[in-house]
Design a protein around this ligand. Structure first.
Ligand SMILES: [Cu+2]
Length: 135
């Protein structure tokens, strides 16, 4: 009888300790997963651009975001082709009747060329995506 009660107590204590360990582990996991820099919380930037011939002296648009942000770009184009930012897998098709939506998570800082590879083999620069550090 006494032995069973002691065994029950051990089981309760063991379960209690396991629960505490689980909470500690979740707490540590949360701290690790949370971005250390609280200065900038990532958000979504939406842009609208048009692919096409630029006037002389007309600069490409610069789409400025911060590292960690989600970049959503709506692109219209008179010419058909594939939208591309090298290093990113999202390569939507575009044509005069169907605007494209390009999405990328800005995981690296730097300047990235958003361009169109037309179906007749030429490349048209659309915009520069500028990703600055998140602090
Ligand atoms: Cu390309």
């Amino acid at each position: 009888m006494q032995k069973t009660a002691a065994a029950d107590n051990q089981l309760v204590l063991g379960t209690f300790l396991a629960a505490i360990l689980l909470f500690v582990a979740i707490g540590i996991g949360y701290k690790v997963a949370k971005p250390s820099n609280a200065a900038h919380s990532p958000h979504t930037h939406a842009f609208n651009v048009t692919a096409g011939k630029k006037d002389v002296g007309q600069l490409l648009p610069v789409l400025s975001v911060q590292k960690g942000d989600l970049v959503v770009i709506n692109i219209s184009s008179a010419q058909a082709g594939m939208i591309m930012v090298h290093g990113f897998d999202d390569m939507p098709q575009v044509d005069a009747l169907h605007p494209a939506v390009f999405q990328m998570r800005a995981t690296q800082t730097g300047r990235f060329s958003l361009h169109l590879h037309t179906s007749n083999g030429t490349q048209i620069d659309i915009a520069t995506i500028e990703v600055s550090p998140d602090d």
